[in-house]
Design a protein around this ligand. Structure first.
Ligand code: SIN
Length: 525
């Protein structure tokens, strides 16, 4: 059976960044293969995004948006990336999401868009589709792409490693050449075999890493695969210590950290202690709408100082019951399932890991340091988010930099070589069947180490301990990986541990507290 699958361009991942890149290239006549480990193409962080995507408000301007992004980023954002996002973002939302793929964003009775607000935004400028904005975008993009002839989506295909001349070709002379990507090795879960996906350009769009933490808003697929593959291929990962926590996820023993969108606070909800006292003004003049890092740490502080298990988010006192059901139908239904009627009572909430602000270093055209390799979306670091991401910029970043990746691939097409220099080698897989009990326990260990030692509040001692324990775990799993039969669970575990180590090391090296990296034992920025 043919195990080399060729295309002009290979995209790994089906969130907004990957799909937008694939769409623009396919429309220009390129043959694009897209692989995703999900059984369904929509399994992605994008599909889970609730709040919205930045468009443009009344009295809004590019300058004002840049200012908000840079302020939230705590002085560590790349101003050039913020300028590009603010310049092209609203135009692309209009041309691509509204006009081309026809996302059904909420409108008011007069037909204008119903713009919402979120923390640290100076004006109302965020489009939403009820409280399931990401889902509306993801499904509209997939629907549009299904009508394009030259895009093929391969589900249940787990990328293993980036195929490079230096790492995988047998000719030792290639080591002298500039590193170049040829595609990826991927494991087909259904066929139970490894395939070589080769292309003239490869785009990594694998999303985030939330699953390496005990509590996260991210779906099960977010195991940090793209970060790990890039690291193994020798690419720089930057800003990895800046792991953003979302301040408000549902606290309930049966709920898997269900996200309570920031737009709930944007529409007036207020954070309170379990005995009903407002506390956010103590920490920031913007109160419950302060930047996320500030809100998450304030909640953490209240919880640890006073021994609370959670704090409360009170929407019922500030919004009419019918309006709540209409504006937040998914949050209303989900909370009700757990016995909480948000039209009548406050919601118990705790912070959870939400977004990786750092990632594979890319330039302003989504190019990595490796020839023919691009990265877009959460896995990439353009620098827009600096040390703390402004709400509702992540979908926008995927859209803008996905489009820019496609533009660059078109411009550079003639520089990318046509032929593969030699037969691409097979990767050997071992014989041992991985023991699910060991894999599960390793995941539990990883998640606890990350949560307790590399979490919201970090110290040198905790980070040292994390690095020590993770190095041991990494060594054990790498050893085993070489002897074992490949499975999706094993690939993900191997990636998760490596990424955990990269985050812990970055947090250890950076002694300065800034944005969402908070070192209790060193100076406060
Ligand atoms: C939310 O709805 O609070 C998430 C939005 C975001 O992370 O940008």
């Amino acid at each position: 059976m043919e195990d080399i699958v060729k295309s002009d361009v290979l995209v790994v991942g089906t969130g907004i960044g990957g799909l937008v890149t694939a769409m623009f290239l396919a429309e220009s006549g390129f043959k694009v293969n897209v692989i995703t480990k999900g059984e369904r193409p929509e399994e992605s962080n994008t599909d889970n995004a609730q709040g919205g995507i930045i468009y443009k408000g009344e009295e809004d301007s590019k300058e004002l948006l840049v200012k908000d992004i840079l302020e939230a980023g705590a002085g560590a954002s790349n101003p050039e990336a913020a300028e590009i996002l603010a310049e092209y973002g609203p135009k692309l939302v209009e041309e691509v999401l509204i006009k081309k793929v026809r996302v059904n964003f909420n409108r008011r009775e007069d037909g204008s868009f119903d713009l919402t607000e979120e923390g640290a935004h100076s004006v109302r400028r965020i489009l939403h589709a009820d409280d399931l904005t990401g889902r509306a975008i993801e499904r509209s993009l997939l629907n549009y792409i299904s009508g394009l002839e030259n895009v093929e989506i391969y589900t249940s295909h787990v990328a293993i490693d980036i195929l490079t001349l230096q790492h995988h070709c047998r000719n030792p002379v290639f080591v002298y050449k500039q590193p170049e990507a040829l595609g990826v090795y991927a494991y087909s879960e259904k066929e139970k075999r490894v395939k070589r996906f080769v292309a003239k350009a490869t785009v990594i769009a694998t999303g985030g890493l939330g699953q390496i933490y005990l509590h996260t808003t991210n779906p099960d697929v977010a195991t940090g695969d793209g970060f790990a593959m890039a690291y193994r291929a020798g690419l720089p990962l930057i800003n990895m210590e800046y792991i953003q926590f979302h301040p408000t996820t549902l606290y309930h023993k049966d709920a898997k950290r269900f996200l309570i969108s920031e737009s709930v606070r944007g529409e007036g909800a207020v954070l309170k202690t379990p005995d009903g006292k407002e506390f956010m003004k103590k920490y920031h003049p913007l109160g419950s709408l302060a930047p996320r890092d500030v809100v998450s740490r304030a909640i953490h502080e209240e919880m640890t100082e006073n021994g609370y298990k959670y704090v409360l988010l009170d929407l019922a006192s500030y919004m009419d019951a019918e309006k709540i059901k209409e504006r937040f139908p998914n949050i209303y239904k989900t909370c009700l399932k757990y016995g909480i009627d948000i039209t009548k009572e406050p919601i118990p909430v705790v912070p959870a890991v939400h977004f990786a602000c750092g990632g594979i270093k890319v330039n302003m055209w989504s190019e990595t340091d490796m020839k023919r390799l691009f990265a877009v979306g959460e896995v990439a670091c353009t620098g827009v988010h600096g040390a703390n991401r402004l709400a509702s910029t992540s979908l926008l970043e995927g859209l803008v930099f996905g489009w820019r990746a496609a533009e660059r691939i078109k411009q550079r097409w003639n520089e990318f070589s046509q032929e593969f220099p030699e037969p691409i080698p097979w990767i050997d897989t071992g014989e041992f069947k991985p023991d699910p009990a060991l894999i599960n326990q390793d995941w539990i260990t990883l998640k606890h180490i990350m949560w307790n030692y590399v979490g919201l509040v970090r110290t040198e001692k905790r980070l040292k301990r994390a690095i020590y324990d993770l190095r041991h775990l990494w060594w054990e799993v790498e050893e085993f990986y070489r002897k074992a039969k490949i499975t999706r669970q094993l690939i993900e575990l191997r990636n998760g541990i490596l990424v955990g180590l990269v985050v812990a090391r970055a947090a250890f090296r950076n002694r300065e507290s800034r944005g969402c990296h908070f070192r209790k034992d060193t100076q406060q920025w």
